[in-house]
Design a protein around this ligand. Structure first.
Ligand code: IFM
Length: 430
């Protein structure tokens, strides 16, 4: 029996500019990789990445379409399109038009992210997201993009994973600018959410029929010992910090930071989305640990029954995935899974195949419950440059050797193709 997903359901995969295009030498990440190889696990650089800018985009996207996908999520590289404040580059716009036109010809519905982690160097030099001026800069960029590309793009995503960025780059030190102060993280998140709202209105103004959303990484935080009061408390605190705070701002227009920080009413942020995008990687089991104030006294522990080579993304648990999706759906707008995937460095990617089947099984269950999920984008179409993990962490359906640009299809690419084409009946999970 064939898998029953609604007519028009979008099955795609996702990528981001810096991770695939190559030679994005005018952004903050290029500068960071060059100046701080010690901050990248394998000291590698993005370099030519997957060579999408110089022509490989067409080939990989054609492969996605041949594998039964009908949508693709990519991002625009701000540093290419606006290399200096207020100066927009016609050649870069032309290249994106070429890629987007090609996607339409292949039957791939574009979902386009305006800002996916990389800032033009001029914006980074202004202090990045500690500087509220970036709010109007992103809004202007959004308006120009919608004006110049709106005939090819109906679905826009303003910002990718604002909280991950605030956490890694401002509260933490792993990503540029590597400030490492909790207050800088809170400030960056506030500015990012305001920039999202400003970009939302800017796109709608230029292109009223556009559907504009935001991609949120919403992991599931569970107490490591289910009935332990301190584990429960710290799991809730981490959930508030990582998930609750941004969802409250987007839903009700109140910015409520933890630890006694003042509450700020931000009504201009409330309801600034036509859909919500869920990026889901895993469940974190949180155990109270008084030695970890920076993590709100919660340590992430791995259940002894789970074996993963890397646990930074949490346990890829379908029940937790379903809970995060239900949580976003409560906001009353359509939901898209804008990213879901798992690190698996093995060429025969058995873990990736297992996880894919479980997550699609959970999705099927949610659709039967009546949850308004309209699409699923696997992260990622191709192995690509994984930020602080460099080339060491592989997430692709298609294997890529960044040094030779050789490609190969992993078993998960074929499995996903069978799912997209409705050729296998995935078992419901949950
Ligand atoms: O590669 C990243 C992507 O840029 C944002 N979401 C998570 C992915 C895997 O870590």
């Amino acid at each position: 029996m064939a898998t029953t997903f609604p007519e028009g359901f979008l099955w795609g995969s996702a990528t981001a500019s810096h991770q695939v295009e190559g030679n994005n030498h005018n952004n903050d990440w290029w500068q960071w990789e060059t100046a701080h190889p010690e901050m990248i696990d394998d000291a590698s650089r993005s370099g030519a990445a997957c060579a999408w800018w110089t022509g490989r985009a067409e080939e990989d996207l054609a492969q996605a379409a041949a594998l039964g996908q009908n949508a693709h999520r990519l991002s625009l590289e701000w540093s290419r399109l606006e290399p200096e404040p207020g100066r927009f580059d016609d050649a870069a716009f032309a290249r994106y038009r070429e890629i987007l036109t090609h996607m339409h010809a292949l039957g791939l519905m574009p979902f386009v992210t305006l800002y996916h982690f990389t800032l033009p160097q001029w914006a980074a030099a202004m202090g990045g997201w500690t500087n509220p001026t970036l709010i109007t800069h992103l809004a202007r960029f959004a308006k120009v993009c919608a004006t110049r590309l709106g005939d090819l793009v109906r679905f826009w995503i303003t910002i990718n994973e604002p909280m991950v960025l605030a956490f890694q780059a401002y509260a933490g030190r792993r990503w540029p600018p590597g400030i490492g102060r909790f207050d800088a993280g809170v400030q960056a998140l506030r500015h990012l959410l305001r920039a999202h709202a400003a970009a939302y209105h800017a796109v709608k103004q230029a292109q009223p029929a556009a559907q504009v959303g935001i991609a949120l990484n919403v992991p599931y935080f569970a107490p490591a010992r289910a009935s332990h009061p301190l584990d429960r408390l710290v799991a809730r605190a981490q959930d508030w910090l990582f998930n609750g705070m941004k969802l409250r701002a987007l839903g009700q227009g109140a910015f409520v930071p933890p630890l006694g920080w003042p509450v700020e009413q931000v009504p201009d942020i409330a309801q600034t989305f036509d859909f919500l995008g869920l990026n889901f990687y895993g469940r974190y089991d949180v155990r109270f640990d008084w030695r970890m104030p920076g993590m709100l006294f919660g340590r992430h522990v791995q259940q002894p029954t789970v074996r993963l080579e890397h646990n930074d993304w949490g346990q890829p648990d379908p029940t937790a995935f379903a809970a995060s999706l239900r949580r976003l759906a409560k906001h009353g707008k359509p939901v898209y899974v804008t990213e879901n995937g798992v690190l698996d460095n093995a060429d025969d990617d058995q873990l990736r195949q297992r996880v894919l089947l479980q997550m699609v099984g959970a999705l099927k269950r949610l659709l039967h419950e009546g949850i308004d999920v309209r699409g699923y984008f696997f992260w990622s179409l191709v192995d690509n440059y994984e930020w602080a993990e460099g080339w060491r962490a592989r997430f692709g359906l298609i294997g890529v050797n960044p040094y030779t640009q050789a490609r190969f299809l992993k078993p998960s690419a074929h499995l996903y193709a069978a799912i997209c084409r409705g050729e296998i009946d995935v078992e419901e999970v949950g």
